[in-house]
Design a protein around this ligand. Structure first.
Ligand code: BGC
Length: 754
C-alpha cells in the first residue's frame, strides 16, 4: 500500500522537482529569484506569448512589406504591434534588412517603448537577427569572410573577432540575439549552406564555433548591453542525403555522435545561451518532433539549460512539410513535447492559440510551459534587458570603422588557400607590367560575399558598400606600376597577346541562401569552364581564383592552370586580400577546411574509413585521386620543413599523458605563418576508424631561417576514445600514430593493469 501511495502522490511531485529546472533553495541566484517571482505573476496567455517569436514583416506598414525585398527603411505599424504585444504578449521578434543604423535605432526604440507600455509585467522584447558573418543586416556594416573561410585561417582569434566586431556594431541597435554560429558539420558539399559551416572536421568546427560564441557573449565593449549567440541547427541538418536544403538525412546514431555532436557539445561548454533546431528530419523523425533529440540528448545528456528556439515556421512544417501531424495543433503538441521553448512561428499567433488550448485540455501541463518560460525570462534577465531595454544612438561611430574592417581584412588574408603554384608564378614578379583580368566573378561584389550579406541573398551589387572593390578593382589598386586590364570574354583575344599573366576568377556567380542554394551536382557552370579553357588556350601563365561557397568541380582545368587560389567567400575585404596575395604583400597561410573533390561522385572527407581504399581490393590507380587538395593542405610562398618529431614515451597508460614535439623551420625567403595540424590515427577499432583525425592545431609566424617547436599533449581521455551508438566511451588498447606534416610516430595505449 505504502508503495502505491508513493507512486501515485510522491513520484509525480518528485518528478516535477527533478524535471522542471526550478532551482533548489540552496543554489537559487538573484536572477532565478527574479525569474520565479515574475513567472508567478504571469497568466498562461502571457507565458505563451513569451514563447512566441514573430517576424518583422508582421509589424511594418503594408506599403513597406509589399516591397520588402528592396526595403531601405522600416516604418512600424503601431496598431499591428499593439495587436501582438497587447493582445498576445509576444516576447520576441526577428529579422530585418540592412538599413542604416539610425533606422534600426528608431525602429527598435519604438518597438520596445510600445511593448513596455502594453506589457503588464513590463517584459522587454528579445530581438533576433541573422548576423552570420559580421553585421550582415546593417547598411555598410563590417562583413567578415564566411565560416568556411574563417575555418581555413586555423586561427580561432578570427572567429572570436567576428563575434566581437558584430556585437560591437549592432548591440546598441537592440540586436540582442545573434542567430550564429552555424555549428553544423560540413560533410555534404552539395548543401546550399555549406559556406556557413566551419568545414568538414568536428574538432575544427568545435574550436571555431566556440570562439565565435565567446566573441558574441563575452564582449565587454558593448556594455551596458550583452548579446546571446545561437548554435544552430541541432542536429544533423548539414548532411541531407540529396544535398538539398531541409531534405531528409539518414545518419546512424554512432555517426551522429562521433561526428555531428562534438561541435554542439563544444557550444554548450562555451555556455551558448540558445540553440536553434534542425528543420529537417533525421532517420525518419523531424527533429522538431524528436523528444529523443531535443530532450533526452540535448537536455538530459548534454545538460543544455538555455533556450531552444525552432527554426523558421518549423512547427507548422511538421504538418505541411513533414506530414507527421494532421493539423497545426497536433504539430504544436509534438514540438512542445519534444522540448522546444520558443516558436519562430513566424507570421501569426496560431502557436499561442494552440498552446493555450492544449494546456486547457490538459494535454500539456502548465509546468511544462513554465519550464520554457523560465528559460526565456532568465535569458532576458541575464542579458540585462530589464535594466537596459532601449537601444542607443550615441555610438554609431563604432560601425564599419577602419579598425573593424582591418580585422575582417586580416581574417580574409589568412583564410585564402594557395592550392597550387607551379614554378613559383606567385607572387607575381615586380617586372610583370601587363596583367589581364577576366572571369564572371572578377568584376562583381556579390560572389565575394555570398548569401546573408546585406540581404538574405543579394542579387545585385547595389546593396554593397560603394567603396568595396571587386577582384579587378583590387588588382588595379595593388599593381599601380603595371597595366591591369579587365576584359570580358569577347574582348579577351584583343588583350591576351600582350598580357604577361592572365588572372581568371571563377566559381559561383550568384549569392544563394538556404533552398535557393540547392543544386544537383557540383559542376562549374559551362560558360565559366569554357572561359577558363579559352584563357588557357593563349598559352600564358594563368592564375585561377575561386570564389565560391562550396567546391565546384575544376579538374578539367586544374592541372593546366599554373597557380590556383581558393578564395571561398572572403567578404567585403576579400578582393584586397586576394590582390595582396598576388603581389606578395601577404604570404598565404590558409589551409583547406574541407577536401576539394577532384570529380563528381566519389566525394569523401579527409577522415574517411580505410575500406574506402581497400588494400585487398585496390581500385584503379587513377581513381585514387579523390581530392584536388585535402582538408588541412595549403601552400605558402615560403617552405616549411618539419623535423625532429619526438614523443616522450611510446607507451601510454590511461591516467598518463604523452608529449609530442616537432620543429618547424622556415627554409624559404619569405616570413610566413604556418598552421601545424596534429592528427591521430587509431590502427584498429571495434567500430571502424577514420584514417586520421585532427586533434589539435596551432599557428605561428616563423621568419626566414627561424624555427619554432610545436607541442601537442595527448590525453587518452580526450583524444583516444570514440563513442558507440549510445554515447558510451570506447577506449581500446592498441597502437596509435601521431601525424604532423609529413612525419609520424607510433605509440601504444595500454590501460593500467588492475
Ligand atoms: C534559417 C535560420 C535562420 C532563420 C531566421 C531560417 O530559415 O534556417 O538559420 O536563423 O531562418 O532568419
Amino acid at each position: 500500500m505504502m508503495k502505491l501511495i508513493l507512486n501515485i502522490f510522491l513520484l509525480p511531485l518528485l518528478l516535477i522537482f527533478v524535471c522542471c529546472d526550478s532551482p533548489s533553495e540552496k543554489t537559487i541566484s538573484e536572477t532565478d529569484k527574479k525569474t520565479e517571482e515574475l513567472l508567478s505573476r504571469m497568466t498562461l496567455e502571457e507565458k505563451v506569448g513569451q514563447m512566441t517569436q514573430i517576424n518583422i514583416t508582421e509589424i511594418l506598414i503594408d506599403s513597406i512589406v509589399k516591397n520588402y525585398d528592396s526595403v531601405t527603411t522600416f516604418v512600424l505599424d503601431t496598431n499591428k504591434l499593439i495587436h501582438f504585444v497587447g493582445k498576445y504578449h509576444i516576447g520576441s521578434f526577428l529579422n530585418g534588412r540592412a538599413v542604416p543604423a539610425d533606422i534600426w535605432f528608431n525602429y527598435m526604440n519604438q518597438l520596445q517603448r510600445v511593448n513596455l507600455r502594453y506589457s503588464k509585467n513590463k517584459i522587454p522584447i528579445l530581438y533576433g537577427v541573422d548576423h552570420v558573418h559580421g553585421s550582415s543586416y546593417l547598411k555598410e556594416g563590417t562583413i567578415f569572410p564566411h565560416n568556411i573561410n574563417i575555418a581555413s585561417t586555423f586561427d580561432t582569434s578570427y572567429a572570436y573577432l567576428q563575434g566581437k566586431v558584430t556585437t560591437y556594431e549592432t548591440a546598441d541597435l537592440g540586436h540582442h540575439w545573434i542567430f550564429a554560429p552555424v555549428m553544423d558539420l560540413g560533410r555534404n558539399k552539395l548543401w546550399g549552406r555549406y559556406y556557413e559551416t566551419f568545414g568538414e572536421d568536428p574538432y575544427l568546427t568545435s574550436k571555431m564555433g566556440s570562439a565565435f560564441i565567446r566573441g558574441i557573449q563575452e564582449n565587454e565593449d558593448i556594455k551596458p548591453y550583452k548579446a546571446a549567440a545561437c548554435a544552430k541547427h541541432f542536429i544533423g541538418y548539414s548532411d541531407p542525403k540529396s544535398g538539398w536544403d531541409r531534405s531528409p538525412a539518414e545518419i546512424p546514431d554512432q555517426v551522429l555522435r562521433e561526428f555531428f555532436l562534438p561541435s554542439f557539445k563544444a557550444a554548450i561548454d562555451a555556455d551558448v545561451k540558445t540553440i536553434m533546431v534542425n528543420s529537417g528530419e533525421v532517420n525518419g523523425i523531424p527533429v522538431h518532433a524528436s523528444h529523443d533529440i531535443l530532450t533526452k540528448l540535448l537536455r538530459d545528456e548534454l545538460g543544455f539549460q538555455g533556450v531552444v528556439v525552432t527554426d523558421w515556421q518549423d512547427i507548422i512544417a511538421l504538418q505541411t512539410m513533414h506530414f507527421v501531424a494532421e493539423n497545426e495543433k497536433e504539430a504544436t503538441y509534438l514540438a512542445i513535447h519534444a522540448g522546444i521553448d520558443m516558436s519562430m512561428v513566424p507570421k501569426s499567433t496560431s502557436f499561442c492559440e494552440h498552446v493555450i488550448a492544449l494546456v486547457k485540455e490538459g494535454r500539456i501541463s502548465e509546468e511544462r510551459i513554465n519550464q520554457s518560460v523560465r528559460r526565456i525570462l532568465k535569458l532576458k534577465f541575464d542579458l540585462g534587458l530589464f535594466d537596459n531595454p532601449y537601444p542607443r544612438n550615441d555610438r554609431f561611430a563604432r560601425i564599419a570603422t577602419p579598425e573593424n574592417r582591418e580585422k575582417a581584412l586580416n581574417a580574409a588574408r589568412e583564410s585564402i588557400v594557395l592550392m597550387k603554384n607551379t614554378n613559383e608564378l606567385l607572387p607575381l614578379k615586380k617586372e610583370i607590367k601587363n596583367i589581364l583580368v577576366t572571369g564572371y566573378t572578377a568584376n562583381k561584389k556579390v560572389p565575394l560575399c555570398g548569401g546573408w550579406t546585406y540581404r538574405f541573398s543579394a542579387k545585385s551589387d547595389h546593396w554593397f558598400p560603394q567603396d568595396m572593390p571587386t577582384i579587378a578593382d583590387a588588382i588595379k589598386n595593388e599593381f599601380t606600376e603595371s597595366t591591369v586590364t579587365f576584359a570580358e570574354e569577347n574582348d579577351l583575344a584583343k588583350y591576351a597577346s600582350t598580357a604577361e599573366v592572365i588572372v581568371v576568377a571563377a566559381g559561383e556567380e550568384n549569392a544563394y541562401a538556404e533552398t535557393d542554394g540547392s543544386i544537383n551536382d557540383l559542376a562549374l557552370s559551362e560558360r565559366q569552364l569554357k572561359l577558363i579553357e579559352k584563357v588557357l588556350s593563349y598559352k600564358k601563365p594563368v592564375v585561377l581564383i575561386l570564389t565560391e561557397g562550396r567546391p565546384r568541380i575544376i579538374h578539367q582545368v586544374y592541372d593546366t592552370c599554373q597557380a590556383v587560389l581558393f578564395a571561398g567567400l572572403p567578404g567585403t575585404m576579400g578582393a584586397q586580400a586576394i590582390a595582396e596575395i598576388l603581389s606578395g604583400k601577404v604570404n598565404p597561410s590558409g589551409k583547406m577546411s574541407f577536401s576539394y573533390p577532384y570529380k563528381q561522385g566519389h566525394i569523401i572527407p579527409y577522415n574517411y574509413k580505410r575500406s574506402e581504399y581497400s588494400v585487398i581490393r585496390p581500385v584503379k590507380r587513377e581513381l585514387n585521386r579523390h581530392s584536388i587538395l585535402e582538408f588541412g593542405e595549403g601552400l605558402s610562398y615560403t617552405a616549411f620543413e618539419y623535423t625532429d618529431l619526438t614523443l616522450n614515451d611510446t607507451l601510454l597508460n590511461e591516467n598518463e599523458k604523452l608529449t609530442a614535439k616537432v620543429t618547424v623551420t622556415n627554409k624559404g625567403k619569405y616570413s610566413g605563418k604556418e598552421a601545424v595540424l596534429w592528427f591521430i590515427s587509431d590502427e584498429y577499432g571495434s567500430i571502424t576508424r577514420p584514417v586520421k583525425e585532427l586533434q589539435y592545431f596551432e599557428k605561428h609566424e616563423i621568419k626566414p631561417g627561424g624555427s619554432y617547436t610545436f607541442t601537442f599533449i595527448t590525453d587518452p581521455q580526450v583524444h583516444l576514445w570514440y563513442p558507440d551508438k549510445e554515447g558510451r566511451k570506447i577506449l581500446e588498447q592498441g597502437y596509435f600514430t601521431i601525424k604532423v606534416g609529413n612525419l609520424s610516430r607510433r605509440f601504444k595505449y595500454v590501460p593500467k593493469a588492475k
